[in-house]
Design a protein around this ligand. Sequence first.
Ligand code: 5GP
Length: 119
Amino acid sequence: MTYDSENIFAKILRGEIPCDRVYEDEFALAFHDINPQAPVHILVIPKGDYVSMTDFSANAPAELIAGFFRAVGHVAREQGLEQPGYRILANSGSDAHQEVPHLHIHIFGGRKLGPMLAR
Ligand code: 5GP
């Protein structure tokens, strides 16, 4: 799948659309989800044109992969989620209901999160 540079997260990265920013470094941007599914619901996106985890893991440079995942862990710690815990999730493709075609990791926390998958 080719990257659509007009997707909403690309526009957020370019500063064309505002976001409620939580954290930013050279590799990643983290911001609150516009439609939170838990008391804490943050999205972390890499600074690069990657559609999904499949695309990112195959094509991103190692430094960006490392920096992106460090940013995810940093945000979780900074939000105080290490204890009592949190969940990360990345939807990829249509079976997973990926809505925005720019890789994003959801961080959920702030309540008991229940079983891993909705049935
Ligand atoms: P997906 O289903 O692709 O894994 O998740 C996309 C997420 O992006 C959804 O949870 C949705 O609420 C969030 N989202 C969609 N548009 C925007 C937006 O413009 N701003 C923010 N902050 N979140 C968005």
